[in-house]
Write a protein that binds this ligand. Sequence first.
Ligand SMILES: Nc1ncnc2c1ncn2[C@@H]1O[C@H](COP(=O)(O)OP(=O)(O)OP(=O)(O)O)[C@@H](O)[C@H]1O
Ligand SMILES: [Mg+2]
Length: 223
Amino acid sequence: MTQITLSEISKTYTIKHKPVTALSNINFTVNNSAFLVLTGPSGSGKSTILQLISGIEQPTSGQIIIDGQNITKMTNSELTTFRRKKVGIIFQQFYLEPTLTLRQNIELPAIFFNLSPEERNQRTKELANLMGLSEHLDHLPSQLSGGQIQRAAVARAIYNKPSILIADEPTSNLDHDNIHTVINLFKQIQQTYGTTIIIAAHDQTIANEATQVIKLDAGRIVI
Ligand SMILES: Nc1ncnc2c1ncn2[C@@H]1O[C@H](COP(=O)(O)OP(=O)(O)OP(=O)(O)O)[C@@H](O)[C@H]1O
Ligand SMILES: [Mg+2]
């Protein structure tokens, strides 16, 4: 069970000496094992919230408490440890290293943990099964379909059993069938591991599947 609370979060960027407010006074609590979808128009602050929860960016003011820890008070090295232990991130482009095989790509997060070769093999096998990738572990990304690449990116993000899985627009650029495949995969991960899933999406299809929806407009929560 993961508890995430954002209190009075504001984020202002400075562009050419001028302030740009990305978020103003954001308050919300993520429900336990939620499938949370952040929606709202372009520029409303969805990606910024994901970056703050994953500790990639720090807020200008306010607090983010995750399982009793105030991540806005952490040093960079504490944040890195927090991220490696607790958070899996899937970027929009499902980026895989082109020169590494599928197996090597999926196993990248294992660098941060002292897994024995047997443990690593076991975990890779389990995830390859879950994602339907067992036959493709020795292939390079260029030899995979778009759907297989997506599933590999999801496998890599959950490799270290994160309690929070974050995805930024994971269904943009996908066709109808692939949107449903990705949504079902997220639901399966949430139900199997109790992972808290936080997604930014324009797409209404994915918001319909959410257990919690937060709608943003111009950096504020709208109801
Ligand atoms: N690194 C940055 N430097 C300066 N301004 C930024 C930065 N990142 C985001 N912004 C600004 O913050 C606001 C919110 O951006 P954000 O990327 O969070 O929106 P979004 O809801 O994810 O939009 P989209 O749907 O287009 O991805 C925008 O006005 C944007 O220009
Ligand atoms: Mg965005």
